[in-house]
Design a protein around this ligand. Structure first.
Ligand SMILES: [Fe+2]
Ligand SMILES: [Fe+2]
Length: 184
C-alpha cells in the first residue's frame, strides 16, 4: 500500500456509498418507504467518512505534498473547489433531513440532494483516479514521501474519530447495502 493507492482504495468505499445514495434517491422518487434513520446514516457517512476523513486526507496531506510538483496545482485547485461543492450538497441534505424530522414532507428535496451527491461523487472520484494514475505512472512521489504521507494519514484517522470509528463507518456502508430497500 502506498499513499496514492490508499486514496484510490477509499474511492471504492466512497463509490459504494454513492451507489447507496443513488438507489435511495430513486426509491424515494417512486414513493417507496425508507426509514429516515437509514438516510441519516447515509448523510452522516457523507459528512464523516467522505468529507472529514477522505477529503481530509487529500486536503491536509496528499494535495499539499503534490501542489508544487509537475504543474499539478491547477488540477488540485479544481478538486478543492469540487470538495466545497460536495460540502454544500451535504449541508442541504442535512437541512432537508432536519425539516423532514420536524414534520415537513421533505422526501423530494432529500431525494434530489442524494441524487446530486451521487452524481458529484462519481464524477469527482473518476477525475481524481485519472490524476492518481498519472502520478503513479510518472512516479511523482518518492518512497520517503509515501511513508511520510502514510504517517500523516494516521493523524487524519484520529481527526475523524480514530481507527475504530473509521472501521465502524466502513461496516455501516456494508450494513446499508444489506438493508431490504437496497436489495429489493
Ligand atoms: Fe477529492
Ligand atoms: Fe478523493
Amino acid at each position: 500500500m502506498n499513499a496514492t493507492k490508499n486514496l484510490k482504495q477509499d474511492h471504492i468505499l466512497v463509490n459504494r456509498l454513492g451507489k447507496i445514495a443513488k438507489r435511495c434517491s430513486d426509491l424515494l422518487y417512486s414513493n417507496v418507504v425508507i426509514p429516515i434513520e437509514d438516510i441519516k446514516i447515509i448523510s452522516m457517512l457523507i459528512q464523516e467518512f467522505v468529507d472529514k476523513f477522505h477529503h481530509g486526507k487529500e486536503e491536509k496531506a496528499y494535495f499539499p505534498r503534490m501542489i508544487d510538483k509537475n504543474n499539478y496545482s491547477e488540477d488540485i485547485r479544481k478538486f478543492l473547489i469540487e470538495h466545497e461543492l460536495g460540502r454544500r450538497i451535504a449541508k442541504m441534505l442535512v437541512q432537508s433531513l432536519l425539516a423532514w424530522d420536524s414534520g415537513i414532507d421533505s422526501r423530494e428535496p432529500v431525494a434530489r440532494f442524494l441524487n446530486a451527491y451521487s452524481v458529484f461523487i462519481s464524477i469527482h472520484t473518476g477525475k481524481e483516479n485519472l490524476f492518481f494514475d498519472l502520478i503513479e505512472e510518472r512516479g511523482s512521489l518518492s518512497e520517503d514521501e509515501h511513508s511520510l504521507l502514510m504517517k500523516h494519514y494516521k493523524v487524519c484517522h484520529s481527526d475523524a474519530g480514530g481507527k475504530a470509528r473509521v472501521e465502524q463507518m466502513t461496516k455501516l456502508i456494508g450494513y446499508l447495502e444489506e438493508r431490504d430497500w437496497m436489495r429489493e
